[in-house]
Design a protein around this ligand. Structure first.
Ligand code: UD1
Ligand code: CA
Length: 511
């Protein structure tokens, strides 16, 4: 390679064309092939992401089968890309011609890529662009050396090593089938030359299709400079034609993501059961336990621990936080906060530093202040909770009246008694308490104790009279005998209610 080799390939490719009109029959799915997902993106999304750093002025995606769905997806993930409709799927060459018709002014280099190559990386495309420029080619095809070339187009080279043709397996003779260098389905060529050659492509092959691959042989026959660039990592070029290949590509992609994370200092306890989307960020010294899935825009901070058996979707986990056996969606978990086991944080859950959501808790659209706790068995929705407050076991924020949702505000250093129903709209003032088992329907001023439950009545001797001879009656009789026995050192139980007893880590609330 020359010393003047550009460090960037930006601007060297005028347009990117993605071929995505094929049916993908072998997927046996109603979903168009290029919309199948792996590692947090569609196949098409991965191809577009790999090509994006080339900085092409125009991107055209050829659509056909499942056109509406593909166009809708495109508008979402790459609004700048232009769909070009291939009415009938007459072959990859025909698809490329349709795309170039949509780019009538294009004169420079065009990158044409199969839409079913989800492992393609930007660096591999940059290498192709450099190789193409260094060789001064009119057309360069990306190739790969593979152990098993079954089903792929073979790269035919002459004695001098020059590429002379691409032959599809079904059109190949025995000698050509033995070739293990294959066509990756990625081509970089001069737009005018490719456009012109595509007009000459016939359909005299086993499938009766217009093959894009024939452009190469036509240009060679014209005496033009044509070459092949072998990908550094053959995995980049692997296509995806059925569910088994999709699963294999997904695994490869995940391995790459985890390798990168581990190289950067993330602890991945069990790479086999840990799945991380390409769009996720994990800081060094975070620990991912077995069965962890990090999806979408999730990020995990330094020293945080996630899992085992935890799924985070579009969730941010702060430094040193822990999320144990839980599911979180669009949640924001502050530094040193703790979650789980077995909790479900739904959209709009925001935990400040050191907050706790314990076991069997569901939250939605909730802000929890610094150090506040929801330790056990609660539902908290549409609420703001201040700092240093404790929500007793089995509390329900009753936020829905069957028509509309209502909000609850809980102040700082509040103690909500166990089994409290907080019927919204409601405000609980700073430092207030609620009695266990209360149904709170009106606001509680700061510092007040709210009691809203039936008064207890003990019917003395009821069990002995109504359940005579039962184990309960016998136990009661024995206790009565003990009570009339000589006094012990045991201090008497304090009398009166304990309305404000709440639950926290060390002390379960009274029923
Ligand atoms: C193609 C190549 C083969 C290469 C392999 C790499 C051809 C003729 N063969 O084979 O040499 O080794 O990719 O994976 O190109 N498409 C359209 N419209 C059509 C037909 C296809 O848009 O009318 C699109 C498909 O959606 C797909 C791409 O072109 O993204 C390639 O088509 P596919 O049928 O998958 O070709 P392969 O048999 O895999
Ligand atoms: Ca294919």
């Amino acid at each position: 390679m020359s010393q003047q080799q550009p460090t960037t390939t930006t601007g060297q490719v005028g347009a990117v064309v993605v071929l995505a009109a094929g049916q993908g029959t072998r997927m046996r799915s109603r979903t168009p092939k290029v919309l199948h997902r792996l590692g947090g993106r569609s196949m098409l999304g991965h191809v577009l992401a790999a090509a994006a750093p080339l900085g092409a002025a125009q991107t055209v995606v050829v659509v056909g089968s499942g056109r509406e769905a593909v166009e809708a997806h495109l508008a979402e993930v790459a609004p700048g890309a232009v769909p070009a409709l291939q009415e009938q799927q007459l072959g990859s060459g025909h698809a490329a011609a349709v795309a170039l018709d949509a780019l009538p002014e294009l004169a420079g280099a065009v990158l044409i890529v199969n839409g079913d190559a989800p492992l393609l990386r930007a660096a591999t495309l940059a290498d192709l662009v450099r190789a193409h420029a260094d060789a001064g080619n009119l057309l360069t095809v990306l190739t790969a050396r593979v152990a098993d070339p079954t089903g792929l187009g073979r790269i035919v080279r002459d004695d001098a090593g020059g590429v002379t043709a691409i032959v599809e397996e079904r059109d190949a003779d025995a000698a050509q089938r033995a070739i293990t260098e294959v066509n990756a389905g990625v081509y970089l060529g001069d737009a005018r030359a490719v456009r012109e050659a595509l007009r000459r492509v016939g359909a005299a092959n086993d499938q009766g299709e217009q093959y894009l691959t024939d452009v190469l042989g036509l240009l060679v026959a014209d005496g033009e400079r044509v070459g092949g660039h072998t990908a550094a990592d053959a995995a980049d070029t692997l296509g995806c034609n059925d569910q088994r290949e999709l699963a294999a590509r997904r695994r490869t992609l995940n391995d790459r993501v985890l390798d990168d994370l581990m190289r950067a200092g993330v602890v991945v306890v069990d790479p086999q059961t840990t799945w991380v989307d390409v769009t996720v960020e994990v800081a060094a010294e975070a620990v991912l336990h077995p069965g962890t899935q990090l999806l979408g825009t999730t990020s995990v901070g330094t020293g945080a621990e996630v899992g085992p058996d935890t799924t985070l979707v579009d969730t941010r986990v702060g430094e040193g936080a822990t999320v144990l056996r839980s599911q979180c969606q669009q949640a924001d978990v502050g530094p040193s906060a703790t979650i789980g086991p077995f909790s479900y944080l739904r959209a709009g859950t925001r935990l400040a530093r050191g907050a706790k959501v314990g076991a069997f808790v569901e939250t939605k659209n909730v802000t929890v202040g610094e150090g506040s706790k929801i330790p056990h068995l609660s539902y908290v929705g549409d609420a703001t909770i201040g700092a240093g407050s404790n929500i007793g076991a089995a509390t329900v924020f009753v936020n829905y009246d069957g028509v509309a949702k209502h909000a609850t505000t809980v102040g700082d250093h509040v103690r909500i008694g166990s089994d409290t129903m907080l019927v919204a709209p409601l405000t609980i003032g700073d430092g207030a308490y609620t009695a266990a088992g209360s149904v709170i329907t009106s606001d509680v001023p700061p510092g007040a104790m709210a009691v809203a439950r039936g008064k207890q009545r003990n019917v003395a001797g009821w069990v002995g009279r109504r359940r005579p001879g039962s184990p309960s009656a016998q136990a009661a009789a024995a206790a009565a005998g003990a009570a009339s026995a000589p006094a012990t050192d045991t201090p008497p139980e304090p009398s009166g209610p304990h309305p404000a007893r709440t639950s926290d880590d060390d002390q379960q609330g009274q029923p």
